[in-house]
Design a protein around this ligand. Sequence first.
Ligand code: FAD
Length: 449
Amino acid sequence: MPSPSIVWLRDDLRLADNPALRAALDRDEPVIALYVLDEESDGVRALGGAARWWLHHSLASLADRLAERGGSLVLRRGPAARVVREAVTDASAGAVFWNRRYGGAERRIDAGLKESLRADGVEVASFAASVLFEPWTVTTGSGSHFSVFSPFWRACLAAPPPRAPLPEPREVAGPKHPIASDDLGDWNLLPTRPDWAGGLRETWEPGEPAARGRLRDFFADDIGHYDRARDEPAAGATSQLSPRLRWGELSPHTVWHAGVESGRAGKFLSELGWREFAWHTLFHFPDLATENLRREFDAFPWPRLKPTHLEAWQRGRTGVPLVDAGMRELWETGYMHNRVRMVTASFLIKNLLIDWRRGEQWFWDTLVDADAANNPFNWQWVAGSGADAAPYFRVFNPELQAKKFDPDGHYIRQWAPEHLSEDPPEPIVNLGETRKAALDAYEEVKRAP
Ligand code: FAD
């Protein structure tokens, strides 16, 4: 009797460089690729709308690729610990493999499952595939974790280099009698009434083949401009690989080695370092999306929320050109350039005096690369409450930022052209006065015991 191997796919929707899939294939038994939509387990964060859109299409692409290789993708829904066990029983599987996750709730689920499956005599193994360096392997001299980026990244670079990527399998043969699978369409991951995903469809093609195409093009063409133009939102000089890394259509190892081979990716590779730093920080502070990392920020006197201000920010109607352009790019495409993410976040926190968690949640819902580590990490970085954060008193001036990084107004013209008309809208707040109010409020943090 065959005893199939299950590869439980999560944030690694790819065939190439997938150590869990490789281990399943090496067992020489039929392979079942399983994806579980878990919206019920305690502590697992529900996906935002743009992320659900991406997930739908990435799963559809993966299912096609598995079918081309003699296999199939099994879709199931529910609390992962229960659903994976049910799949093991249904398939009479002898082994389960997965690539490790680093969020608090996810680690608890995976550890519990590992223990219970092993107790039942099922082989289980997990692998490092979503980060270049695992969080417990990068420590300070005294054995604790880093809270500043530069020494963290130096320690990573002094460690053994990331392993070479594994090749893509040619064949992934499934069992003769496949186990039951949900229909992807029944998961309702795509928006319907209204269908707001038109801009996403025009901008992106989710799935591993398009991800590999973008990687190739970036290192063939754009990397030459990266160091000079990466801060200019209209230049198109960055990789736009963030959703590919978020969903694991590319592994960080694949991106890393492509960068190293290009011979001109020093700055780019250190951006991958920030991604590592964010994930390590989440590993050590699982409540990163809800709690200030620097607890003295709990004393920050957030004024009563003005819903009209929050909504103006969300819709790109603040009357501040670069902020409006960025928020509309986000709404339309599910993406925003990094420089503009910093400016729009700073404006929400330090000019509108709205708690960073509100902004983090909006980005979580609207970004196609919404990432459990990178998003809260960067929001806390802008707020001043996070790891190696910008000091709170550093308030980005959106007008100066626009002059410096969009001097010809290309970006603003694309997304918020009315600001360049003869009768531009007025800002909803006075930038100078609100900056001062934010700095006064910050005094309370400084006074906190
Ligand atoms: P590139 O410049 O080409 O960088 C290559 C890769 O490095 C990125 O794909 C990303 O994986 C990583 N990277 C680059 N900058 C950062 C950074 N500051 N922190 C962590 N990793 C980085 N990034 C996300 O992937 N998901 C998020 O949810 C997210 N939310 C953010 C929220 C705020 C408020 C801010 C200021 C930044 C956020 N970022 C997030 C980081 C950064 O803006 C994006 O990773 C970047 O804009 C993606 O574009 P790119 O792939 O072209 O970047």
